[in-house]
Design a protein around this ligand. Structure first.
Ligand code: MN
Length: 740
């Protein structure tokens, strides 16, 4: 294992910085270096090198891209917050808001698509050298979808600042250059991710310099055999190829000079991954591809491009299908050039690219090329932002986008579908509809966090709960220990909750609260009734099932909210249960009813006789008269003796009975004694055609305690009569008692 224990000296980096950097710029970078060096001092890379070498390498790659000094400073500091005790607050204090935002952006990007990864934590890399997988294995569905989605989110996370992406790309590039030091099992995954995510990002940003190297390095680890094969063939043919290229270049220069076209000509390095892709795409063997010689012409202006093309096409025969005019129709990363291939003197293909200086700069550095860091003229932040926006507009997500504002708008609505991406304190991303508030966020993280949400910090500051969240916000929810949602949250006018998901969770909560209250009330009323009816050990499960409820709780809730009545339950219950069981009678015992056709209902068990004065017959309207000592006598209602009596207290309503199976049930009635109480009760019982088998009245002071044995057909009737008795004036309660 190669290893150098020494740190790359700062001077090397300083020498390499663009000449346009001022003394202040250089001081800023030195200061960033000192902070990073001290912070990482005890850490080593997998290669055994001091960790700071990675930071310098990243800064150096950034310097090659000619990015502004604050980006290079942020590149030096990019791993400090993640891997050392240094905090964002420290960086803000020492370096200000811009560098802080850049470092924060890179840190967040590291954790990017832990989206929906739930509670699964990624394993920690040593010293942060290891990068966490961008795609959670659990998420792996269709690979293309995931890649597209990750790209989308990556672009989003870079959010307002494309500079973050440059640092991330530089970081990845250096990690790829040193990938051989990583444990073997991790190499392939990191390399694949580089091909899937980072190379396309570099391509999208137009940074050819980084793109090709990421591709070649990625390919080398993903497909080592093929890489080696192509690399060896290239090496083998190299001296030959280079000699040929020299001749071709000389010939071209002469030819163009004759036509008054000034051109710089360079041989174009072939990249292994692009050869491989070409072999795949064109389904050609390496032999067909390797002999392709490629040159690049750089000319002063666009007319010269076409002039040079004309000269070349008239000198050599163009190969069909190889001409592309990316000047008239730039690629979607704003790449411009003319591409062609001709059959050269030796009848073998020659690839030619023709472009202006500006196009070349743009092709090599992409967006980075547009940082015109001019000597002595510091760009105002505003200008800088404008520049970024115009660059973005050129990045062209949609081909019909014309200005920056429109681009930003289309990015918001079309590409990102009106969503905002919010960071949790842990760095996970939560994807929410635009306009979401901290409460929406809280419910998205976890339902209980939503219920308990009482406040929120956004980017460290307390904010009102109606505040709309923006992409990139980091939100910390403040909760109450046993918090509950507020009715206000559902008030649309207050704008506290915007997402359907949160709304429905709040509604469910309130419904559940109501359900719980209803459940308690329902259970209570049923239990009271059962107690009154003297029923013990009731199987609620069965009772609920018989009424088509899945659980007793459901039955109680409906009882509590009034959708179900106690009566219905009792009725159902009495139909499903054996009456003998309910009324605790021995089935073999003789029925309590008599078959006597002149049985008079209302007086059963009382000594009674037919009155001689009017001789009532079954079918007559009759009335009972309570005598002194002889029980009751039955009179026709129109009997003169009855009509004339002043003792109306002693009249009992009676009627001719039907023959029916009834059950004797002892009941107790407690009441404040009053005139006519017994009579009222007997009228009720007579209404229901219930016989009274026994009556005991005990009056103590003003309290009446009546013990009756009544003969009921069923439980429903018992329940109904007890309720009716209880509703009589002065009656406090009426309930079934134990027999005997
Ligand atoms: Mn790093």
């Amino acid at each position: 294992m190669k290893s150098t224990a020494t740190a790359i000296p700062l001077e090397k980096l300083l020498e390499q910085l663009p000449e346009t950097f001022s003394v202040a710029d250089r001081e800023l970078i030195q200061r960033a270096y000192r902070v990073a060096e001290e912070a990482h001092r005890e850490q080593k890379r997998h290669s055994g090198e001091p960790y700071i070498n990675h930071c310098i390498a990243v800064a150096s790659i950034l310097s090659d891209l000619k990015v502004p000094p604050e980006v290079i400073a942020a590149g030096l500091l990019h791993d400090t917050v993640e891997d050392t005790p240094i905090t964002l607050a420290d960086i803000r204090r020492d370096f200000g808001d811009t560098i802080t935002a850049l470092v924060d952006g890179v840190t967040k990007l590291t954790h990017l698509p832990r989206v929906s990864r739930g509670d699964q934590h990624a394993e920690n890399g040593d010293n942060g050298v290891e990068e966490e997988p961008l795609i959670a294995p659990a998420l792996l569905g269709r690979k293309e979808d995931i890649v597209a989605e990750t790209l989308r989110k990556t672009f989003l996370a870079m959010g307002e600042d494309v500079r973050v992406m440059f640092i991330k790309l530089a970081d990845r590039l250096h990690n790829m250059r040193t990938l051989s030091y990583m444990p073997e099992h991790k190499r392939k995954r990191i390399a694949q991710e580089t091909l899937d995510i980072f190379a396309p990002v570099a391509n999208r940003l137009g940074i050819w310099q980084i793109k090709w190297e990421l591709e070649d390095l990625g390919f080398r680890y993903v497909n080592p055999e093929k890489y080696k094969e192509i690399a060896e063939l290239l090496t083998e043919k190299r001296p030959d190829r280079e000699a040929q290229l020299e001749t071709i270049k000389e010939n071209l220069v002469k030819l163009l000079e004759q036509n008054n076209i000034k051109a710089e000509i360079s041989g174009r390095p072939k990249h292994i991954y692009s050869i491989y892709k070409k072999m795949q795409k064109k389904d050609k063997a390496f032999d067909m591809v390797r002999d392709v010689r490629a040159v690049r012409l750089i000319v002063p202006d666009v007319p010269s491009c076409y002039a040079a093309l004309g000269v070349i096409h008239t000198t050599w025969r163009p190969l069909p299908g190889e001409f592309d005019d990316y000047i008239a129709a730039p690629k979607d990363n704003y790449y411009q050039s003319l591409h062609t291939a001709v059959s050269y003197d030796d009848k073998r293909p020659l690839e030619v690219q023709i472009r202006t200086h500006e196009m070349h700069l743009n092709a090599e550095y992409g967006i980075a090329a547009h940082w015109q860091y001019k000597e002595g003229t510091k760009h105002a932040d505003k200008n800088y932002e404008n520049l970024i926006n115009s660059l973005r507009s050129k990045m062209e997500w949609g081909s019909d986008v014309h200005d920056a504002a429109e681009f930003v708008e289309s990015m918001r609505s079309d590409v990102f579908q009106d969503r905002v991406y919010i960071f949790t304190p842990r760095g996970d991303i939560i994807d929410l509809p635009a306009g979401s508030t901290p409460i929406d966020f809280a419910y998205h993280v976890h339902t209980d966090i939503g219920h308990c949400c009482r406040g929120a910090r956004v980017n460290g500051k307390l904010v009102p709960l109606y505040q709309e969240l923006k992409t990139g916000d980091q939100v910390e929810v403040l909760t109450a220990k046993r918090g509950t949602p507020s009715r206000d949250w559902l008030n649309v006018n207050l704008g506290l909750v915007r997402t359907q998901r949160a709304r429905s969770k709040i509604k469910v909560w309130f419904k559940k609260q109501e359900d719980e209250q209803n459940l308690a009330q329902g259970r209570d009323s049923l239990e009271k009734e059962l107690q009154r009816l003297g029923l013990k050990d009731i199987n609620f499960e069965k009772m609920a099932r018989d009424l088509n409820y899945k659980t007793p709780e459901e039955m109680f809730i409906e009882l509590g909210n009034g959708d179900l009545s106690v009566n219905k339950i009792i009725k159902q219950f009495s139909q499903h249960e054996e009456a003998d069981e309910i009324f605790e009678v021995n089935p073999s015992a003789s029925p309590a009813t008599s078959t006597n056709a002149i049985e008079v209902v209302g007086l059963k068990g009382m000594l009674s006789s037919m009155a001689r004065c009017c001789n009532p017959m079954p079918g007559d309207q009759v009335v009972g008269f309570i005598t002194r000592g002889r029980g009751a006598t039955i009179h026709r209602q129109d009997c003169p003796n009855i009509l004339q009596t002043k003792d109306r207290e002693r009249l009992l309503q009676v009627g001719w009975g039907h023959v029916e199976r009834t059950y004797p049930v002892p009941i107790q009635i407690k009441a404040y004694d009053r005139q006519g109480l017994v009579s009222d009760i007997s009228i009720l019982l007579s209404d229901e055609s219930i016989n009274i088998a026994d009556v005991k009245v005990n009056v103590n002071r003003s309290m009446a305690d009546l013990r009756l044995i009544i003969e009921v057909k069923d439980l429903t009737q018992l329940s109904r009569i007890l309720t009716r008795i209880e509703s009589l004036p002065n009656v406090m309660e009426a309930h079934r008692t134990n027999p005997g």
